[in-house]
Write a protein that binds this ligand. Structure first.
Ligand SMILES: Cc1cc2nc3c(=O)[nH]c(=O)nc-3n(C[C@H](O)[C@H](O)[C@H](O)COP(=O)(O)OP(=O)(O)OC[C@H]3O[C@@H](n4cnc5c(N)ncnc54)[C@H](O)[C@@H]3O)c2cc1C
Length: 372
């Protein structure tokens, strides 16, 4: 056998899986479609929000607690700075999804938080043009991760434990064998006892049984130089705003980057092989229109832009599961635009599922079968 486990896709989840598997003494062979350090998948763009009062579903909170601890452990082990704690504010309509959802998670799990009325939002965050009647939830345990550094750190520490990685060598297909799986790439075939599929936006190509549930969406991140108040922007927490039309989110001013802002789910369907990787004037105007409305001083000169891809499920929850077609194959994907923060714990879960066929982590709500 070429290895105990083959990992197909070495982005956020695959790099973490390789790390946890290698640390448990398993031999790992990993493949990626692109060169090491590429930003052509779903993890490029220098920062990803991490937060605990999870409006999406309170069941994510135990996973987030473990993810947070694992990021800190990875920092200690590697000496890298991966997580910057800034606090987070989630604000908008009191009858929307964001504020009630964040509050429900905070209360259900006893997370530190403050509830802010419109006056408190205005007093604390005067850079925003808040709407009368809006409320906010402020949580101290939130911040941002440096995604490229997180992935490289997982890869580097996995290699230190003996993992072997091949870049610019996509897995073309795989099949079940008598005692495991066989993976085909352009250089030949490789046998292993287990396969982890963590191919991000390309997951449907390698996991046909879940492909009908996956849709890929193009999303564009922007960095702007504020017109004024750079210091005040640098003191902002990470934020999410549920506005009248959609969610927007952003980060404090980061030296060398500016302020990063994006909208959530504009609904632009994409094919990962042909996605338009250039930010258009329309992409930019959709974000600037919101800045003029809500955060006007951020509407300064554009510093950069980055096209990225979400892989969505119909209910916006992930799929982390053993594949029905072969119990030696596990898959983690469909992070529906919010999965990076979890990748440290997803790596641990993928290692559990691969080596033990089960995990102690509560992931029942992420099983593929919920989607039929
Ligand atoms: C614009 C944007 C903003 C986001 N913001 C946040 C945020 O603030 N917080 C948060 O938690 N999450 C956020 N997310 C979501 C998060 O970034 C993703 O859920 C996460 O990065 C997905 O990780 P992944 O491992 O599934 O995919 P990736 O990191 O893209 O990894 C997949 C890897 O598989 C490789 N691959 C593909 N096909 C093959 C093949 N056939 N063989 C071998 N390798 C292959 C690819 O090259 C790639 O390296 C955001 C996503 C986007 C796009």
């Amino acid at each position: 056998m070429a290895a105990d486990v083959i990992v197909a896709g070495l982005g956020a989840h695959g790099s973490a899986a390789a790390y946890h598997l290698a640390k448990r003494g398993t031999s790992v062979l990993g493949f990626d479609r692109f060169d090491r350090g590429h930003t052509l998948g779903s993890s490029g763009g220098l920062s990803r929000i991490i937060r605990l009062s999870y409006y999406e579903h309170p069941d994510y909170v135990p996973l987030l607690r473990r993810a947070w601890d694992l990021w800190r452990e990875l920092e200690a082990e590697s000496g890298e700075r991966l997580l910057t704690q800034t606090g987070g504010v989630y604000a908008g309509r009191p009858d929307g999804e964001l504020v009630p959802g964040a509050l429900a998670s905070a209360r259900a799990h006893g997370l530190a938080h403050e509830v802010l009325d419109t006056k408190a939002l205005r007093d604390r965050f005067p850079l925003f043009d808040w709407v009368d009647g809006w409320r906010g939830v402020l949580e101290p345990q939130a911040g941002w991760l440096a995604p490229e550094r997180c992935i490289e750190t997982h890869l580097r520490l996995a290699e230190r434990e003996g993992a072997d990685f091949r870049f610019a060598e996509p897995v073309e297909r795989w099949e079940s064998t008598f005692d495991g799986i066989r993976v085909y790439t352009r250089t030949g075939h490789y046998d292993a006892a287990h396969l982890v599929i963590s191919a991000g936006a390309w997951t449907g190509r390698l996991a046909p049984s879940i492909a009908p549930e996956l849709s890929v969406e193009r999303n564009v991140l922007f960095w702007f130089e504020p017109k004024a108040e750079r210091e005040a922007f640098a003191r902002l927490p990470v934020y999410i705003v549920e506005d009248t039309d959609r969610f927007f989110y952003g980060f404090p001013y980061i030296e060398g980057q500016g302020v990063k802002v994006a909208g959530l789910h504009f609904g632009d369907a994409a094919d990962p092989d042909t996605v338009d990787r250039t930010a258009s004037p329309r992409d930019e105007e959709r974000v600037r229109e919101w800045l003029r409305r809500r955060l006007p001083l951020a509407d300064g000169p554009r510093r950069d832009a980055k096209v990225c891809m979400y892989t969505n499920t119909p209910d916006s929850n992930f799929i982390i599961d053993i594949l029905p077609e072969d119990s030696n194959v596990v898959v983690a994907s469909a992070c529906s635009g919010h999965g990076f923060k979890f990748s440290s714990v997803v790596g641990e879960i993928l290692a559990d599922l691969t080596l033990d066929g089960d995990t102690k982590h509560p992931i029942g709500f992420l099983a593929a079968e919920r989607l039929g």
